[in-house]
Design a protein around this ligand. Structure first.
Ligand SMILES: [Mn+2]
Length: 475
């Protein structure tokens, strides 16, 4: 059994050790096969039955599975500054509705209200000194309820639901603060959906900061102008260049950006009862806006308005915040690996919403593992391989490396021994990558194939050791 990747991942968090082992095996198989369809990732019938039984077992749920994920994140925490990026993705299972019972309480309408699925809202923790994710500190998974009331009622109901759902931003930040106690500074990052006054009031503390993309043209305390006008009329403090990669909405270009920042008092919203809220919260607002000279004809200028509790004393401080905010790229990539370009979670074929939620939580960690390995190759900092591998696995890789390296100097592992880059380079090589960076970096599939083969060999090595009753690690 190839189940060493996630050895002890669930130790003491699930009802019994048999279930823990099964969950670890499912994650290892998902990683090896790059697939969440049980029939595809389970090689034998016995394993298939075991996997279905575990996913259908009602004595624990996706929240219990998430505890293993939080613990892994906590283990990678070091004192220092951490970016905690929250975002929501919709997991849509409309195409599999024929399998799922109508009254299933764990599946409901999603953004398109005749589609079915649930929402997934993780907090991805990035160590900015490594430029890499180190884990997931919290995940909320929930679904809406089907409601066959009038359109008017449903509209009203949606409003209430959305208001309630918006609390996920606050809850997730609170849970993250409780988990990551060693960090000296946490920056909680969210997109426009996270522009919530209650969050500004309750989340920040001595070591916890907010960095949010502004959505609402908020009123300011003691001023006539609202936030957007106020930023618009303030002076530019610096300018910088930003490389824009081509996508559906934007043409490739080097944008010239102007940077503004102001200290402001954000006034409580009109619809809030003043009694429970302070009149205002102190924040810094940053505006990064593309200068007209580089805006292409049919496009709007690039415009980011950010709100933060970090003190902005100079243009460099403001730029630092813009850069931290741009690390949201990591969570978007995580969702891509989970959905479109990696595990294709939405093609999972299970009969219950509760089972799909369990699978989603495990798939999140699997997607993260693949992603960290691939990204480590482009990080310019040395990252310890223990972020992903156990000491025993690293030891084995050290021995195994001479098989992986080629005869010429060009095919020597260029990274420092024991680093994640060094391990990722080996995984890519084992997975069939040429080893020449000039021929392009390896893709997710190559790294996944390499991991698969590596763990095969590692397991063989372990069995051999057991057979000879030798403990090379203690020698
Ligand atoms: Mn979002």
């Amino acid at each position: 059994m190839k189940d060493k990747q996630f050895e002890c991942f669930y130790k003491d968090v699930l009802p019994d050790s048999r279930i823990e082992k099964r969950a670890e095996k499912i994650m290892a198989d998902m990683l090896n096969f790059g697939n969440v369809v049980v029939n595809k990732f389970c090689p034998t019938n016995t394993e298939r039955i075991g996997a279905y039984r575990m996913l259908g077992n009602n004595s624990f749920d996706h929240n219990d599975l998430a505890i293993g994920i939080y613990r892994a994140c906590k283990n990678n925490e070091r004192p220092g500054h951490l970016l905690c990026i929250q975002d929501t993705t919709e997991l849509n299972f409309t195409h599999h509705l024929n399998r799922i019972r109508e009254e299933d309480e764990d599946i409901g309408p999603v953004t398109k209200d005749d589609n079915a699925g649930f929402f997934c809202h993780p907090v991805l923790v990035i160590d900015p000194s490594l430029q890499l994710p180190i884990g997931i500190s919290h995940v909320e998974i929930w679904n809406r309820r089907w409601d066959k009331v009038t359109k008017y009622d449903r509209d009203y109901k949606n409003q209430v639901i959305k208001e309630k759902e918006s609390y996920r931003w606050i809850t997730s930040a609170e849970r993250t603060k409780e988990l990551l106690t060693q960090a000296t500074c946490l920056t909680i990052i969210g997109d426009r959906e996270a522009d919530i006054y209650d969050e500004f009031v309750s989340v920040p503390d001595q070591r916890t900061h907010l960095l949010i993309r502004s959505n609402v043209n908020r009123r300011l305390w003691g001023e006539d102008q609202n936030l957007f006008e106020r930023l618009d009329s303030s002076v530019a403090r610096a300018s910088y260049e930003l490389d824009i990669r081509h996508n559906r909405k934007k043409a490739k270009r080097t944008a010239k950006m102007s940077l503004k920042y102001e200290r402001l008092k954000i006034r409580y919203p009109k619809n809030k009862a003043i009694g429970n809220n302070p009149n205002y919260v102190d924040m810094w607002a940053i505006e990064a806006k593309e200068l007209p000279e580089t805006v292409p004809a049919k496009e709007a200028p690039i415009l980011w308005r950010l709100l933060t509790t970090h003190t902005i004393n100079c243009a460099e401080d403001a730029l630092k915040c813009v850069e931290w905010y741009s690390q949201r790229w990591f969570i978007e990539e995580l969702f891509r690996v989970l959905k479109s370009k990696g595990l294709t979670i939405e093609s999972a074929q299970l009969e219950t919403g509760a089972g799909l939620k369990k699978l989603a939580v495990m798939a999140l960690q699997v997607a993260l593992t693949t992603m960290i390995l691939k990204l480590s190759l482009t990080s310019d900092q040395d990252v310890k391989a223990t972020l992903i591998f156990s000491d025993e696995q690293i030891h084995f890789l050290t021995i195994y490396m001479q098989k992986v390296e080629g005869k010429t100097d060009k095919l020597r592992n260029p990274y420092n021994e024991g680093t994640l880059q060094w391990a990722a380079w080996a995984m890519a090589r084992i997975g069939g990558w040429s080893g020449y960076i000039s021929q392009g970096p390896p893709g997710y599939i190559t790294i996944k194939d390499g991991l698969d083969r590596f763990f095969d060999r590692y397991d063989g090595f372990q069995s051999a050791l057991k057979y000879f009753k030798k403990d090379v690690y203690k020698e």
